[in-house]
Design a protein around this ligand. Structure first.
Ligand code: ATP
Ligand code: MG
Length: 199
């Protein structure tokens, strides 16, 4: 390719790029789903939490299933007391309680807490971590969650993470990413959960 050809090619590319940018000019509050069996559903959501905090937005996180969040995430979250609300609601779930009725009640309490943030226009981003798992286990109904989505203000974003997102939720969402498991050192190498990587 000659210098001249290269220059022309890049000029065309620039024009196409500018055209695309013009076509995509409006903003929209998104319903985002991170699902699948690969690692990264929660951490990708936390990346968006980080970005939102950087813009000065208010963010709420409701954690539905007890995980390995503390103490690292909590220590970081506590640095933004004015912007970030964090509620770990999945305390003592399922294999620990072995009491389905109690698990359903715990999930319902978490859902009601989540709704207070979902409806509140002050919160630009709400993260419902592992809510898909609560759905999969039947602690929440799909209808209940879908009608909760109707209450989201038009310019707020909502992220729902967890394996096994139901088809109706995927259908309803604007942005869906399925993490694909290719390798995980826990499986192939027996490496345990490590600080900084898993919690
Ligand atoms: P992360 O919080 O690291 O983004 P995740 O949200 O995608 O992971 P979860 O289903 O919430 O995944 O599981 C949380 C924990 O399980 C994490 O410690 C993660 O590293 C680990 N994990 C995720 N996927 C796998 C897998 N395929 N095999 C083994 N462990 C996994
Ligand atoms: Mg997760």
């Amino acid at each position: 390719m000659t210098e001249e050809q290269y220059r022309k090619k890049m000029q065309r590319r620039k024009e196409v790029q500018e055209q695309r940018l013009q076509e995509r000019s409006h903003e929209k509050g998104l319903i985002i789903v991170h699902t699948g069996n690969g690692k990264g559903k929660t951490t990708a959501a936390l990346g968006m939490v980080l970005r939102s905090l950087g813009h000065g937005y208010k963010v709420a996180i409701v954690q539905f299933i007890k995980g390995a969040w503390e103490p690292a995430e909590k220590a970081v979250f506590s640095l933004w007391p004015a912007q970030l609300e964090f509620h770990a609601m999945g305390e003592g779930f399922t294999w620990e309680t072995q009491d389905r009725q109690r698990d359903i009640e715990t999930a319902q309490v978490a859902w009601n807490k989540a709704l207070t943030f979902v409806r509140n226009p002050d919160y630009k981003l709400v993260l419902l971590d592992e809510v898909n798992v609560a759905l999969k286990l039947g602690y929440l109904t799909v209808e209940q969650v879908l009608s909760g989505l109707d209450e989201k203000p038009a310019d707020s974003h909502l992220i729902l993470t967890g394996r096994g997102a139901p088809p109706a939720l995927i259908e309803r969402a604007d942005l869906v990413t399925e993490m694909t498991l290719v390798k995980h050192p826990f499986r192939e190498q027996g490496v345990k959960a490590q600080p900084g990587i898993e919690y």
